[in-house]
Write a protein that binds this ligand. Structure first.
Ligand SMILES: Nc1ncnc2c1ncn2[C@@H]1O[C@H](COP(=O)(O)OP(=O)(O)OP(=O)(O)O)[C@@H](O)[C@H]1O
Ligand SMILES: [Mg+2]
Length: 224
């Protein structure tokens, strides 16, 4: 793709680590703070973000959502991007949890479209092990982008820091395995339990206090 549109996925093969909720929070924050046109491609058949957006749009028909959301199966993403990517400044791809990490898995393939990947990690042994395995997928994306002579950025961050005690160990293991880590992490945030396409976390006092540093690091590292 030759456009200026940036495509980022907040992803991990592991389920329940915060892929969708952090995607929505970050996407709405960028749209609101930077006045950018942001799209979330919801490629999970459970369509968590898409369903939420549809429900909210029904509830507030006169309001304009901060971000657009499209539900799309992974196989259809390439065609969609060819036609519509240029209409947006930033596109987030929300992926489903993965059982098969083979290079021809459609979910893995859609990550090849990304300029950046941010990996949420819960600091437990099981999650760290799964994430270490996921690093091979990131490496494939990096190799592909290099062949295309395009930039590629990948980082990890600790999500729900307060949930586990072994966060530092997790960070050390992942760094050793070759994943650069954000200096900011996220603890359990109350605002994350009621995400919205109409509101950015930075429009709340809790969000400003506990999400802003993470958001700023995201913008810096991914050049958003
Ligand atoms: N930092 C956080 N603070 C509070 N709750 C969180 C946080 N991160 C994730 N959660 C909660 O954890 C649950 C799982 O998050 P989410 O659905 O975003 O994970 P996921 O990786 O997208 O899962 P799946 O693999 O099923 O798609 C949700 O209830 C979400 O609200
Ligand atoms: Mg999800």
């Amino acid at each position: 793709m030759t456009s200026q549109t940036k495509i980022i996925s907040i992803c991990n093969s592991k389920g329940g680590v915060g892929k969708s909720v952090v995607t929505l929070m970050t996407a709405t924050a960028v749209a609101e703070q930077k006045n950018k046109k942001v799209l979330i491609l919801d490629c999970d058949s459970q369509a968590t973000i898409y369903e939420l957006a549809e429900h909210e749009k029904e509830m507030y028909p006169d309001d304009e959502p901060l971000v657009e959301v499209e539900a799309l199966s992974p196989r259809r993403v390439n065609t969609f991007l060819k036609r519509f990517a240029d209409d947006y400044d930033l596109i987030f791809i929300d992926i489903p949890r993965m059982t098969d990490k083979k290079a021809d898995n459609p979910t893995v393939m859609l990550l090849y479209n990304c300029d950046g990947i941010l990996v949420p990690v819960i600091g437990s042994d099981v999650d760290v092990l799964a994430t270490t395995e996921f690093l091979s997928v990131i490496q494939e994306c990096r190799d592909f982008k290099q062949e295309m002579k395009e930039d590629f950025t990948a980082y990890g961050f600790i999500n729900r820091r307060n949930l586990r005690k072994s966060n530092q160990e997790a960070e050390a293991t992942l760094k050793k395995a070759g994943l650069k880590m954000f200096s900011n992490s996220l603890s359990d945030l109350r605002i994350f339990t009621s995400p919205s396409v109409f509101q950015s976390p930075l429009q709340t006092a809790e969000g400003q206090r506990r999400f802003e540093d993470f958001y700023r690091e995201f913008c810096r590292k991914f050049k958003v």
